[in-house]
Design a protein around this ligand. Structure first.
Ligand code: NAD
Ligand code: MN
Length: 481
């Protein structure tokens, strides 16, 4: 929308005091300008904590996708030849502007997505700007980034499709390395969380990034499909569900498009008896309740050495009673709203399946707000490794606790999964941490911590968790020839 069409109303529910204005309609961002979809179709985006409609979002069709890809293609000619140091300056400016507008972006993220403001403000936003800072520094040093490639050339037009759990952070993970390597981008955010990506588009205009270098199209799965299947796309980067990832892989096969996939997970969090138990309990809590458990690398399978199982479960339950569920804009909130009615329904189905399979369910029985989508932090104990809830990704605040007797058994159980995104190991012995980490089939292994992210550190999966890495030098390799 044009700048004059601003602000029908201001959204500032207590207790977050910052007023963030949200336009009543949002267009797609193509070639440096916002415009409605050709069809003029829109869909609402809501606040999942209140079910209020926040704005109408343009529903981009195949024609819009085509215009976005053409704009990216046109911009590629100049952007790929822009001096690397100059490209870096744009990325630095984007990073700085994100920092300056961080509070606004955090509030907007929380309103549109449901995550606690403490997390969007203290975890997501610092990582978003960090990602642009990190990649700004790489622009003129790419020849040192990839061993054996002294002349890395950009791929061309990148189609990037992202999910709703870390909307702005996933946009940064996708856009920053693509631009650093001289590519241009068409990005599609998830349909429930388009607002922060569109606000990022405003920032791209503020820093005068050349039109067409980044285009942002909004819409649901059909829009995403039209984008990744577009014939003039050189590279597809997707983060989301394994089922959609498989469909995209099939669609890209034989087309010559480069592809990276970051898909689901069912990550083990392994607690040895010699671990600092109180810290491990904190690690279990953050591993599965951070972002309501809507985290691809969530520590959803808690494996505890049998001799401390009872102690860990008891402490975990006590700790869960202290978690505050409610208004995501309240800075004391630990557990916010589930992103959508659909996702809540999926989680509830798994809760029923767990009970039906004979697992023992515990939740804190805390009060739930009357509007919005909520799920109490939940624990299943007495879970057999073959149980559905121990194998399938729930993508909610639900942990399965299982036990093991020996290190070999811990590793065997941990690796017994179709997924392999992350793992946690809690132990007092450095040698054991290294041994276990080496034998785990997981893209990231955290020792005595969980859910730590850094732009310099590669992230990605084994098996059905996908392929390709994001972050670090490995992440750059995915964007050069
Ligand atoms: P999804 O895979 O359906 O959606 C992710 C993105 O892909 C969205 O932008 C969506 O519009 C788009 N999309 C959907 N169908 C597409 C297609 N055919 N072609 C191209 N793009 C398409 O995920 P979801 O429905 O939002 O969530 C369902 C499950 O996905 C969750 O329960 C969870 O298991 C998983 N998930 C994983 C991650 C992750 O970070 N790995 C993030 C979100 C969801
Ligand atoms: Mn929303």
């Amino acid at each position: 929308m044009s700048d004059s069409a601003r602000v029908p109303w201001e959204y500032s529910p207590a207790p977050e005091s910052l007023k963030v204005s949200i336009e009543s309609e949002h267009g797609i961002f193509i070639d440096g300008d916002f415009a409605p979809a050709r069809s003029a179709r829109t869909f609402p985006t809501i606040n999942p904590a209140t079910e209020e409609t926040l704005s109408l979002i343009a529903d981009a069709g195949a024609e819009d996708v085509d215009r976005a890809v053409s704009a990216a293609r046109k911009a590629f000619k100049r952007w790929s030849r822009t001096a690397p140091l100059e490209r870096g300056k744009y990325l630095f400016r984007i990073a700085r502007r994100i920092q300056e507008r961080a509070r606004e972006l955090a509030v907007l993220e929380t309103i549109d997505c449901g995550k606690p403001i403490r997390e969007s403000r203290d975890t997501d936003l610092p990582l978003v700007s960090q990602h642009f800072f990190h990649h700004a520094g790489w622009c003129d040093k790419l020849r040192y980034a990839i061993p054996g490639n002294s002349d890395p050339a950009p791929l061309g037009v990148c189609a990037q499709v992202i999910p709703w759990n870390f909307p702005l952070l996933m946009a940064a993970w996708k856009i920053a390395p693509a631009l650093a390597c001289g590519n241009t981008v068409v990005l599609k955010p998830a349909e429930t969380t388009s607002l922060t990506a569109l606000r990022l588009a405003e920032i791209l205009r503020e820093v005068e990034l050349p039109p067409g270098v980044v285009n942002i199209i909004t819409g649901a799965g059909e829009t995403g499909r039209a984008l990744v299947e577009h014939g003039d796309v050189d590279k597809v980067a997707f983060t989301g569900s394994t089922s959609v990832g498989k469909r995209i892989a099939a669609a890209c096969a034989g087309t010559g498009k480069r592809l990276t996939l970051e898909l689901g997970g069912k990550s083990p969090n392994i607690i040895f008896a010699d671990a600092a138990i109180d810290q491990a309990v904190e690690g279990i809590v953050s591993g599965i309740f951070f972002n309501q458990g809507e985290v691809c690398c969530a520590g959803s399978r808690v494996l505890v050495e049998e001799s401390v199982l009872a102690e860990v479960i008891e402490k975990l339950k006590r700790r869960m009673h202290q978690l505050r569920l409610g208004d995501p804009l309240d800075k004391n909130t630990d557990v916010g709203a589930i992103n959508s009615a659909t996702q809540l329904q999926t989680i509830r189905q798994y809760l029923d399946i767990g009970t039906a399979e004979g697992c023992k369910r515990f939740d804190t029985n805390c009060e739930l707000p009357t509007r919005g989508f909520w799920c109490r932090p939940t624990l299943f104990t007495g879970v057999q490794p073959a149980a559905t809830i121990a194998r399938e990704e729930i993508f909610g605040p639900v942990a399965c606790v299982m036990s093991f007797r020996t290190t070999d058994e811990a590793i065997e159980r941990a690796n017994n999964s179709n997924y392999g995104l992350s793992a946690g190991v809690w132990t007092d012995k450095g040698a054991r941490a290294y041994e276990v980490a080496k034998r785990l089939k997981a893209g990231v292994v955290w020792c005595n911590t969980f859910n730590e992210f850094d732009a310099a550190s590669p992230f990605g999966g084994y098996k059905e968790s996908g392929f390709g890495r994001e972050g670090g030098r490995a992440g750059l390799a995915a964007y050069v020839r």
